[in-house]
Each structure stands twice: as C-alpha cells, then as structure tokens.
Design a protein around this ligand. Structure first.
Ligand code: ATP
Length: 217
C-alpha cells in the first residue's frame, strides 16, 4: 500500500467501493462529470462527507463543474486494486456459502472465489458455480502458494476459531466472518464481521424506534 493510500481514514475507505460502483455505472453511461449533490443522492451519503472524502483522493470538485468521473475512477481502481483480481477462499459450503459461490463477484469487483472447502465429505470434490470444493484436510496444500489473501468464513460458530488459526498460519491477511463467533487473530490480520441476523434485527429496531430523518451517515 502506498503512503498516499495510508492517509485515507478508515471510514472513508469503507465508502470507496460504494463510490466506485456508482461512478463505474456513470462512466459506462457516458457521463464525464458528476456533482457532489448527484453523488449524494445516489449513494445516500451527505454531500459534505463526500466532499471531505474526495479531498483525500486529491479530487477537488469545481463549483458548477463537479468531479471528473475519469479521474476518480482511475484513482479508485488503483486504490481498490481493481486492476488486479483478488483471489478469495471460502470455507463452509452450507446455504450461505453456496449462495456466495453462485454470486458473480467479478461483476462489480475484481474479486473471485478461487476455491472452497467443507468438512462434509459429500461436498468435497464437487464444484458449485464453477468453484471447486475440496475437503478441509486439503486446505494447507491448496492455499499455500496460491496467492489467496482473503477468506470468507461461512461455517458454524463452533469451528470458526480453529479454522481461523489455520488461515493465520497460511498468511491469509483478511477474513470476512459471517459466523457469530468473535475471532482472535494477530494484530496484522484484519477481520470484518457480518452477522446477518444481527443486522436484520438492528434494521427492524431502527425502523421501530427512529424516523429516517434521524439516521446518521
Ligand atoms: P447446510 O444446509 O448445508 O447444513 P447451513 O448453512 O444450514 O448449511 P451450517 O451448519 O451453518 O449449515 O454449516 C455451514 C457449512 O459449514 C456446512 O456445509 C458444513 O458442512 C460446514 N462445516 C461445518 N463444520 C465445518 C468445519 N469444521 N470445517 C469446514 N466446514 C464445516
């Protein structure tokens, strides 16, 4: 990662894929510039935040002109490593894991699930959505030397930590954790935790207790 990228605050970095996706659509529809107001309405982030975020990218919008779509896109491509496909491994080919194997991540991002693993012998040596599924005892041999740096965990909570320890030993750098387990990892490793049941509950709670005018971005 370059010095320039390291200066971007985490909250801004998290919004990058959102901006990227929208700008790509704009670009393919032939639009050359976009105002922060237009962006704000499309990605549902207030325009002051957008202007601050974009100032980190060295993109200064001009009054009455807006932002140059081409410039922003090439910046995002570089920052998000979109010029290179990121290889991902998925562990746990249950209902959720299977859905991810069928989902075409390449459509919007340059990420690709290269291979998947499952403890169930019936699932080993099959392929789902063109992704090969292997037995868990092949994890080390297959992932070592494969350039895979990211893992998606869709196993039950119970075995999640043990599997994570194996991924740490394989030098995986990031885990997208869909299990409810809170994982312990070394400091250099990054975990993003997505508990769909909690997210759904939280949405329902907000719908019940807050009006949409109170929602912060
Ligand atoms: P299914 O309908 O296939 O049981 P599910 O999503 O309801 O899927 P889970 O119990 O959440 O089932 O398990 C998800 C997947 O993780 C299953 O395919 C299961 O075989 C697999 N799995 C369970 N334990 C492990 C483990 N220790 N290592 C790897 N995969 C595992």
């Amino acid at each position: 990662m370059s010095q320039e990228q390291m200066k971007i605050p985490q909250a801004t970095a998290k919004r990058l894929p959102l901006y990227y996706r929208f700008l790509k659509n704009l670009h393919s529809s032939g639009k050359q510039r976009v105002s922060s107001k237009e962006l704000s309405e499309a990605v549902k982030v207030d325009s002051a935040t957008i202007r601050r975020d974009f100032s980190y990218f060295g993109a200064l919008g001009k009054k009455g002109y807006g932002y140059n779509v081409e410039y922003l896109l090439s910046f995002f491509r570089k920052t998000l490593d979109q010029d290179e496909t990121t290889k991902v491994v998925l562990i746990g080919v249950g209902n959720l894991g299977t859905a991810f194997l069928h989902y075409n991540f390449l459509k919007n991002n340059n990420t690709k699930i290269e291979m998947a693993f499952d403890a169930d012998p019936k699932k080993a040596d099959t392929s789902i959505g063109d992704v090969p599924v292997y037995a868990m005892d092949e994890l080390e041999d297959r992932v070592k030397g494969s350039d895979i740096e990211v893992a998606i965990l869709t196993v039950p909570a119970g075995p999640a930590q043990k599997i994570t320890d194996r991924l740490v030993d394989l030098n995986v750098k990031g885990i997208l954790n869909f299990t409810p387990a809170r994982l312990t990892v070394p400091e250099h490793m990054r975990i993003h935790h997505i508990d769909l049941a909690v997210e759904l509950q939280s949405l329902i709670y907000f719908l019940k207790h807050y009006s949409t005018d109170d929602v912060e971005t």
